[in-house]
Design a binder for this molecule. Structure first.
Ligand SMILES: Cc1cc2nc3c(=O)[nH]c(=O)nc-3n(C[C@H](O)[C@H](O)[C@H](O)COP(=O)(O)OP(=O)(O)OC[C@H]3O[C@@H](n4cnc5c(N)ncnc54)[C@H](O)[C@@H]3O)c2cc1C
Length: 397
């Protein structure tokens, strides 16, 4: 594993840094900090994504003919790191860019690539991922939303749940059941559904953070053109696996930069906070815990680099992404717990409160981290994947 950047990669990074400097980033950042609601923040991210797209930086590793930059996966990782380091607003189309786009590139027809990819990169069409159902989460093959072929359309009936961005999405990348007789993995189809179709009803779900990032979606006789199937009818399982692998690899891509920033912030807080008449960072227990967090953060960063080197060689994300997903999500929960212990009651103050440290990020972070070990597949499922596909152990029953 070579950790030094090649001349090409250095040039790429420097071009990006110059573009960021000329893009009025400071102003974008300041405006984002003033946005109070999820909806306002989303609208700002969408405008920022447009700017990034127009600057030619969206879809760094996507083919040029579909609006991407045609760069390498390592350059894409550099892009994500630099954006995180500069604290740029996030791109709005998280699911479109990270999950659906790469799946369309891998499994879509030429017509589908031309139709959907540019809108994903510009942010003109926002995507969500309709996989989970009340009876199908970890056991994704149990999906039971029905799609029946009627001439050249599928008619969809069913219920999806925990759909992030469902409240704002224009399109939904869905897994549906097209054959009830076949073994359960073999009766599924991956289909792209226009969320404005008659019969689609979206209901927000409130999380413990107070936000409604995700939704449940009801489908009643929703007609979807058969040409919207991605891959083959009844061949949706393999297409879905492609999405999940991208999900596990991209979700954590620039996290180590954010983790490092939060860690430094916490250490600074610990210097000024008093515990037993001394700065909290002099407390032996606090030091033990911060030292442990730092070591874990480094392990995560290096493991990610190793995974990236492998993906760069093979071109596709593999089951090793599960190691990363499991590690960062559990680390974040441990780190938020340490922050909470160090800050004491202050850690519970939310952003509306003037005394809340760092604009309430610790209260929010603690609550939001609980979902990390569930979203994109629970820790138990990641361990099963590592056991079966990385270690070669027998399949779980
Ligand atoms: C913040 C957030 C965002 C999400 N966004 C989306 C989204 O955009 N689109 C989407 O489709 N879904 C989304 N989800 C749903 C998520 O993918 C599911 O919640 C997750 O896959 C778990 O499924 P479940 O909730 O049905 O739990 P279950 O599958 O019912 O699991 C319950 C418990 O049993 C354990 N378990 C289940 N099977 C096994 C097994 N074989 N071995 C060991 N333990 C097992 C699980 O680990 C878990 O602890 C999101 C979830 C969250 C929290």
């Amino acid at each position: 594993m070579d950790l030094t950047l090649s001349p090409d990669e250095l040039r790429f990074r420097d071009d990006l840094r110059s573009w960021l400097e000329s893009s009025g980033l400071e102003e974008w950042r300041r405006e984002m900090a003033g946005k109070k609601t999820l909806e306002e923040r989303f609208a700002h991210s969408r405008a920022w994504q447009k700017r990034v797209f127009e600057g030619g930086w969206a879809g760094v590793a996507w083919p040029k003919e579909y609006g991407g930059r045609g760069a390498t996966l390592l350059q894409q990782a550099i892009f994500l790191e630099e954006m995180a380091r500069a604290q740029a607003p996030p791109l709005a189309n998280v699911i479109g860019i990270g999950l659906v786009g790469p799946t369309i590139i891998a499994c879509g027809t030429e017509a589908q690539k031309k139709r959907y990819l540019p809108g994903i990169l510009s942010g003109d069409e926002i995507w969500c991922q309709g996989f989970s159902e009340p009876g199908a989460g970890s056991d994704l093959a149990a999906v039971n939303t029905q799609a029946r072929l009627d001439a050249d359309h599928f008619v969809i009936n069913g219920h999806k749940v925990w759909t992030s961005f469902g409240w704002v999405a224009d399109w939904n990348a869905m897994l549906v059941r097209t054959d009830n007789q076949a073994p359960k993995h073999k009766g599924l189809t991956y289909i792209l559904v226009d969320m404005k179709s008659p019969g689609v009803k979206v209901r927000p779900l409130r999380q413990m953070t107070g936000e409604s990032e995700f939704t449940e979606i009801f489908f009643e006789d929703v007609r979807v053109p058969a040409e919207n199937v991605l891959g083959k009818v009844n061949g949706g399982w393999n297409v879905a696996i492609s999405t999940l692998m991208h999900e596990r690899n991209t979700l954590g891509a620039s996290l180590h930069v954010n983790f490092a920033r939060q860690f430094r912030q916490l250490v600074e807080r610990g210097r000024s906070l008093q515990r037993n008449g001394r700065p909290a960072v002099e407390d032996p227990l606090v030091r033990q815990k911060l030292g442990q967090c730092y070591a874990e953060m480094e392990i995560f960063r290096l493991t990610q680099m190793r995974a990236l080197t492998k993906v760069n060689e093979s071109g596709v994300p593999g089951p090793e992404g599960s190691i990363l997903k499991m590690f960062w999500s559990e680390y974040n929960q441990r780190f938020q717990q340490v922050a909470s212990e160090l800050l004491g009651p202050y850690a519970q103050l939310t952003e509306e409160c003037a005394e809340a440290p760092d604009a309430g990020q610790w209260a929010y972070g603690f609550l939001r981290a609980r979902g990390n070990t569930i979203e994109a597949g629970t820790s138990e499922i990641q361990r099963n994947i590592v056991a079966q596909f990385v270690l070669g152990l027998p399949k779980s029953y």
